[in-house]
Design a binder for this molecule. Structure first.
Ligand code: ATP
Ligand code: MG
Ligand code: MG
Length: 378
């Protein structure tokens, strides 16, 4: 079998490795952490920094093709790898997704509306911010995730203070929008331009972190679902993208759909596909990387995904094991744990998929699981 390489050893890499191995591939993971979740289950684990020449050469040397599992892998590392082996997605697409300013410019090029915003890279741009953008959210242009690097601001004074607190790095100020819902669409695009997608996912965030994803026919109004799919496809096509891409959207109170951001990789909101769909987002990633055919995925069960954050491993200050015995007695419960060696609040430790023959059944089971685990109902 050929070896598929992946930059990054987190949980997304681990689930990619599992999917690749199931299909007969060997895997190689590059991650500086010797205990990384993906490295520990991979055939080969290259311990090196992402920009380390020797590490990159070793990964390229043993891999037939290379992908990435985390957003902030330095684009120059991907560009270096691409001189040696096929890399998907490409450095240029990843670079755009890493920078909110370039990302938003790409969305407008594709004719997809995003929240009204202003780029803030200079004092002049700060002073010129239109009043209509307040109240707003100041987001660092690079390196944010799970709501980190974001500050809500209501006045010009707060905006100036927030930018100073962000060390005056490049930022965007987005208008704070009245959200009726959030959703995401995962597309997979092959090198020949073939594109397939997973059904639109209804997402609930808590404290800036994805908490719950629900997927079934009708979870989102049909019109917004169709719009979201078309927008995600046009964003992927516009990048000449190869691989799995997730696009996140806001549904506004008046029903309008606006794009939030994209992730050039499988996404937390697509984890339900491991148990609710005949093709998971990780199998799609393997197929795009290995040049295998992309059949349209078919959802076979209504699904709810509950994120399992490190908080569940504590009872106040006391460490505990969540009550898996009780949870696994629920029909349709599928537990995924990432093998992280220690829990801390807010850390993604695993997820729980609850599937059912109907939306009502999946939701009922998910609410029962949430009650057992101490996750707030939704
Ligand atoms: P991720 O982990 O998804 O990459 P992130 O740190 O990049 O997160 P965003 O997706 O930009 O953060 O924002 C996190 C959440 O904050 C959103 O899912 C949404 O709930 C809220 N949010 C972000 N921007 C806005 C906005 N302009 N108006 C209202 N709510 C917003
Ligand atoms: Mg993000
Ligand atoms: Mg987001």
């Amino acid at each position: 079998g050929a070896t598929l390489g992946v930059m990054g050893g987190g949980q997304l890499g681990r689930m990619f490795v599992h999917a690749a191995q199931r299909m007969g591939y060997f895997t190689a993971v590059l991650d500086p952490d010797p205990d990384s979740p993906a490295g520990r289950v991979s055939h080969r684990h290259v311990h090196a920094d992402y920009l380390d020449e020797k590490g990159l050469a070793e990964l390229a040397g043993c891999s037939a093709a290379i992908t990435t599992e985390f957003e902030n892998v330095p684009a120059p590392a991907l560009a270096k790898l691409a001189r040696l082996k096929p890399v998907a997605p490409g450095a240029d697409a990843v670079e755009i997704a890493q920078d909110r300013i370039r990302e938003k410019a790409h969305f407008s090029r594709c004719g997809v509306a995003c929240a009204p915003y202003a780029a803030i890279e200079t004092q002049q741009q700060l002073d010129a911010v239109p009043a209509a953008l307040l109240p707003g959210i100041l987001k660092t242009a690079r390196l944010g995730y799970d709501g980190k690097g974001q500050q809500r601001v209501a006045t010009r004074e707060q905006l100036a203070a927030a930018w100073a607190a962000a060390q005056r790095v490049p930022c965007v100020l987005e208008q704070l929008l009245p959200l009726a819902a959030e959703c995401s669409v995962i597309v997979a695009r092959g090198a020949d331009g073939t594109m397939v997608h997973l059904p639109p996912q209804l997402n609930l965030h808590r404290d800036g972190i994805l908490a719950v994803t629900q997927v079934w026919e009708g979870a989102l109004p049909r019109e917004q679902a169709q719009q979201a799919i078309a927008a995600a496809e046009s964003i992927a096509r516009g990048l000449d993208y190869v691989g799995v891409l997730c696009v996140e959207f806001f549904v506004l109170a008046d029903g309008a759909l606006v794009v939030n951001e994209m992730a050039p990789r499988p996404h937390n909101s697509g984890h339900w596909s491991m148990d609710g769909c005949d093709l998971s987002q990780f199998e799609l990633q393997v197929r795009t990387l290995a040049g295998l055919p992309l059949a349209p995925p078919r959802q076979h069960s209504a699904a709810v995904m509950l994120n399992l954050l490190g908080d569940l491993w504590f009872d106040g200050d006391k460490p505990r094991t969540p009550p898996w015995e009780a949870v696994l007695q629920l029909p349709g419960a599928h537990l995924h744990l990432y093998g992280k060696l220690s829990a801390r609040p807010g850390r993604k430790m695993g997820h729980l998929n609850l599937t059912g023959a109907s939306a009502q059944q999946a939701r009922g089971t998910a609410l029962a699981a949430a009650r057992l685990l101490g996750i707030e109902p939704f």
